[in-house]
Design a protein around this ligand. Structure first.
Ligand code: 5AD
Ligand code: SF4
Length: 472
C-alpha cells in the first residue's frame, strides 16, 4: 500500500497535542543489510544534515556499511531539499546518473527522502517517470526506513510512504554523528510562519517542540562524551515552546543548555518576529552561548516584507538588529536576503541595499526568488525579468561582500577562541576552525588540536576567512 503526500493536509494547523513516541528497533530486520554498503547524499540545510545522521545509524542497525563513493555503493539514498528550484534540479540530475548505474547493476537499491518527498508533484514524477526508485519516505517518518526497505527487498515493488499530516514526535532514533566535537540537536520541528514564498511549512509540517527533558538529556550526554559545541536546530528556533501548554520558551531552554557546561552553544535559525529581549539577555549573559546570530531579513522593503508575510517592517527589523548589537558585545550577525520577489521594484530593491549599508552584516546568504509549487507567492504576477533579478543579485553581493571584508579586518591583531575542525582541504597548508563569532580561520598547527578550543591571534583578513597563528 502506498501513502502519498497531500498539500491540503500539509497546510492544516490544529491544537491537537503531539503524540510522543520512543523509537523501537525491529530486531527481526537486523541482518537485511549485512554484506552491503550504503551512500547517503544530503542536500539542503542543517536539519537535513542531521536527519542524515539518523538515517545512517538506522541503516547501520540493519547491517549496512557506509561507502564514500556512491558509484560503488549497493544502496544510494538521496536526502533532498525543496527550498529553491536548483536544489530540485540537483537531486533530479543525480537520479538521472543513478538510472544509468542501475542499468549496469540491476540490484542497485535507490531511495529518496527529505523535503522533495513531501511534494505531490515530485511523487507523481517518481511514480511515473522514475520507476527505478525503490523506496521513498518523507520528513515525518525517518523511522519507517527499515520497514520500507525490507518490504521493497522482499517484493521488489516501489514503496512510497509519505505523510503530510505531521507525524508523531519520535524520540530515541539512533544517530551516527558526522563528528566527535560538534553536534546538532533538534529542538523544534516544522514551522507555522507560512512566509508566502516558502515551502518549508508544507514539507516539514506543524511546529512541534521537543520536550526540555529530552533535549537536556541529549546535551548532557554530549558533554560527557567530550563534545565542545552543540547547535540547537529548528526552522524557527525562537518559536520553541510556543506549542506547550506551560511557560517554557527559547530563552529558558538556551539558559538551561548553557548551564550544562557545554563549551559552545549555537542555535539556528531565528525568525525576527519571535526574538525576545530575554533571549538577547541570555546570549549576553552566558559566555558559552556564542555571540553569533543568524537573523534572516529577506528584504529591506516594508512593502515586500508584507507581501512575503514576514510580520515585521524594515524599521522593526532595524530596531531588533541594533538592540542585539548594543547588548551583546562583539556579536556577529548574519542574514538571508531574497532578491526579485514578484513585483519587487527598483525602489524596493534600493531599500534592501540601504538596509544592508546600515547593518553591515558579517555574513549574508543571497538568493534569487524561486517560485515554489503551491505557495501563495507562486500565484503572484511576476513582472521582473530574470536578467534584472540577476543584476540585482550581483549588485547586492558587491555590497555584502565588501562588508564581510570590512568586518573581518576589525579582528586583525585580536586573540580569538577557535574550535579546531581539522586539516585544510582547500589546498592551503595547516588547520582551520571557527571563531566564537562563527568566522572561518586558517592557521598552522598540529592536527592533534582537532576538536579542541585554542586561542588564535588574527594576522590577516579576507572576504570569506581570517588567517591567524596559535597564541600561547
Ligand atoms: N526562493 C528563494 N529563496 C528562498 N528561501 C526560502 N524560500 C525561498 C524561495 N522560494 C531562502 C530564504 C531562507 C533561506 C533558507 O532560503 O532566504 O531564509
Ligand atoms: Fe531545504 Fe527547507 Fe527542507 Fe531544509 S527544511 S531541506 S532548507 S526545504
Amino acid at each position: 500500500m502506498m501513502q502519498l503526500p497531500n498539500y491540503k493536509e500539509a497546510k492544516v494547523r490544529n491544537k491537537e497535542q503531539v503524540i510522543r513516541e520512543e523509537y523501537k528497533f525491529d530486531s527481526s530486520l537486523k541482518n537485511i543489510g549485512v554484506g552491503k554498503t550504503y551512500h547517503v547524499k544530503t542536500y539542503g540545510c542543517q536539519m537535513n544534515e542531521h536527519d542524515s545522521e539518523n538515517i545512517k545509524a538506522l541503516l547501520e542497525e540493519l547491517g549496512f556499511q557506509e561507502e564514500n563513493d556512491y558509484e560503488k555503493a549497493d544502496l544510494v539514498l538521496l536526502n533532498t531539499c525543496s527550498i529553491r528550484e536548483n536544489a530540485h534540479n540537483k537531486a533530479f540530475g543525480m537520479l538521472g546518473r543513478l538510472k544509468h548505474l542501475k542499468e549496469e547493476n540491476k540490484d542497485l537499491i535507490i531511495g529518496l527522502c527529505g523535503c522533495m518527498a513531501q511534494e505531490e508533484g515530485v511523487i507523481e514524477d517518481i511514480l511515473h517517470k522514475y520507476k527505478f526508485v525503490n523506496f521513498v519516505f518523507g520528513t515525518h517518518n525517518l523511522h519507517s526506513l527499515p520497514n520500507l526497505l525490507s518490504k521493497n527487498l522482499k517484493s521488489n515493488h516501489q514503496e512510497i510512504e509519505v505523510y503530510s499530516k505531521e507525524g508523531n514526535l519520535i524520540e530515541g532514533l539512533p544517530v551516527k554523528r558526522a563528528n566527535s566535537y560538534k553536534a546538532f540537536v533538534n529542538i523544534i520541528y516544522g514551522c507555522d510562519k507560512f512566509c508566502t514564498y516558502c515551502i518549508v511549512p508544507y514539507t516539514r509540517g506543524k511546529q512541534r517542540s521537543r520536550k526540555k527533558e529530552d533535549i537536556l538529556k541529549e546535551v548532557e550526554t554530549l558533554v560527557r562524551e567530550g563534545y565542545q559545541e552543540v547547535t540547537l536546530l529548528g526552522q524557527n528556533v525562537n518559536a520553541y515552546g510556543k506549542d506547550f501548554d506551560y511557560d517554557y520558551r527559547m530563552e529558558n531552554l538556551l539558559e538551561d543548555v548553557a548551564k550544562t557546561g557545554i563549551p559552545r552553544v549555537r542555535f539556528m535559525t531565528s525568525h525576527p518576529w519571535d526574538f525576545t529581549d530575554q533571549m538577547i539577555e541570555v546570549i549576553a549573559k552566558y559566555p558559552n552561548v556564542m555571540p553569533s546570530v543568524h537573523l534572516p531579513v529577506q528584504s529591506g522593503s516594508s512593502r515586500i516584507l508584507k507581501l512575503m508575510g514576514r510580520r515585521y517592517t524594515k524599521e522593526s527589523y532595524l530596531e531588533l538588529f541594533h538592540k542585539i548589537k548594543d547588548t551583546i558585545p562583539n556579536v556577529s550577525i548574519s542574514t538571508d536576503i531574497i532578491v526579485g520577489f514578484p513585483g519587487e521594484t527598483e525602489e524596493d530593491f534600493m531599500e534592501t541595499l540601504s538596509l544592508v549599508e546600515e547593518c553591515q552584516f558579517d555574513n549574508a546568504f543571497t538568493f534569487i526568488y524561486s517560485p515554489r509549487e503551491n505557495t501563495p507567492a507562486s500565484k503572484l504576477e511576476d513582472n521582473v525579468s530574470l536578467e534584472e533579478k540577476e543584476k540585482r543579485l550581483y549588485r547586492l553581493n558587491e555590497i555584502v561582500n565588501h562588508y564581510f571584508l570590512v568586518n573581518n579586518q576589525k579582528w586583525i591583531g585580536k586573540v580569538v577562541p577557535v574550535l579546531v575542525e581539522g586539516i585544510n582541504t582547500n589546498g592551503k597548508d595547516g588547520l582551520y576552525g571557527y571563531t566564537d563569532t562563527n568566522k572561518l580561520i586558517n592557521f598552522m598547527g598540529d592536527p592533534s588540536l582537532t576538536g579542541k578550543i585554542v586561542s588564535i591571534k588574527v594576522t590577516d583578513a579576507k572576504t570569506w576567512s581570517l588567517d591567524g597563528e596559535l597564541y600561547e
